[in-house]
Design a protein. Structure first.
Length: 214
């Protein structure tokens, strides 16, 4: 079965963290693209996953990332998905609705030399469009999931619900959600269960898994 990773990295509330520090840390931290700098649109309010949390995320994923096909939901400028390619993922599907962020994402992919075989930028209806596609094609299942909705916008949480119930996950597949520590842990729905949460300063990574049995 083809492997796919979907990455969820929830942005903290507006004003949390240091914007300048976040922009200066937008780089690939390991793998074949290590050290490459990533660009964000001028004036774009982005709080990318920090190097510490990004490194922790990929340590948690471990060998699951090697050869995996990946979905990076709410991808922003592509920091997590490009990191996945750098660390050996076979293919990443980037989902980002904001035109400015999507343009920067494409610039970053080109600057890092990521080929069309390794990456695709989804442009049909954002995350909601992808959810519709997965519901129409239940055979499209993936082994790993991660995403990045801005959690100060409540409507983005509704878009997580299908994934917390197993949409797009293969049996035994993982879903990882990054959230601000003051937020409640998003509840899973069977056949998905919560495995463990990891805290790094103000950030928490919640790891979920879909049952191996039907």
């Amino acid at each position: 079965m083809n492997k796919l990773t979907v990455l969820f990295g929830l942005t903290p509330p507006q004003g949390a963290g240091n914007s300048a520090d976040a922009h200066s840390s937008m780089r690939i931290i390991a793998g074949q693209l290590k050290g490459r700098r990533l660009r964000a649109p001028k004036g774009y309010d982005v709080r990318p996953t920090s190097d510490k949390v990004k490194g922790a995320l990929f340590n948690i994923l471990g060998p699951r990332i090697e050869g995996a096909r990946v979905i990076d939901l709410f991808a922003g400028t592509g920091a997590v998905g490009i990191e996945a390619v750098s660390r050996g993922a076979a293919h990443v599907l980037f989902v980002e609705a904001d035109p400015a962020a999507r343009a920067a994402l494409k610039t970053n992919l080109a600057a890092c030399g990521v080929s069309e075989r390794e990456a695709e930028v989804w442009t049909t209806g954002g995350v909601a469009g992808l959810i519709s596609r997965l519901k129409r094609h239940p055979e499209s299942v993936y082994c790993l999931i991660f995403a990045d909705p801005p959690y100060h916008r409540p409507e983005t949480f509704r878009l997580l619900r299908p994934f917390l119930a197993g949409l797009g996950l293969a049996p035994g597949g993982w879903l990882v959600i990054e959230r601000f520590h003051a937020m409640d842990q998003p509840p899973p729905v069977a056949p998905v269960s919560h495995l463990r949460s990891y805290r790094y300063g103000e950030t928490i990574l919640d790891v979920y898994a879909k049952s191996e049995s039907p």
